[in-house]
Ligand binder design. Structure first.
Ligand code: MG
Length: 122
């Protein structure tokens, strides 16, 4: 069973994503901001894939991505970046910082499943 860490400050988004991921047979973990997610990873709790929000308090998605890259994990998790803005500059910056894929919020099961396939975890 693969593990997905949902990193989002919205409880509603985490709940929706968890529902979809559990139906796809994922083991699901949650973090409310980038700092909490980074702490989990640095404690050796590395998921197979991360769904990462852009705007979060404490540590944003971009800051998390840069820190994850700088940590130099051997088996770095795949990262699907989630944004509400269809902004090419944002998306470009996320990919440059190490995101493997991105998707627009709100997302449905079909979109999430296709992104998980694209990064090779589904
Ligand atoms: Mg947010």
């Amino acid at each position: 069973m693969k593990t997905c860490l949902i990193v989002d400050d919205s409880k509603v988004i985490r709940k929706v994503a968890r529902h979809i991921l559990e139906a796809l047979n994922f083991n699901v973990e949650e973090a409310g901001d980038g700092r909490e997610a980074l702490d989990r990873c640095e404690a050796g709790n590395l998921p197979d894939v991360i769904l990462l929000d852009w705007n979060m308090p404490v540590m944003s998605g971009m800051e998390f991505l840069r820190s994850l890259g700088a940590s130099g994990f051997d088996n770095r998790p795949k990262v699907v970046f989630c944004t509400t803005e269809n902004d090419v500059a944002h998306i470009r910056a996320a990919i440059d910082a190490g995101a493997d894929e991105y998707m627009m919020k709100p997302f449905d099961r079909e979109t999430l499943e296709s992104k998980l396939q694209l990064v090779g975890v589904a």
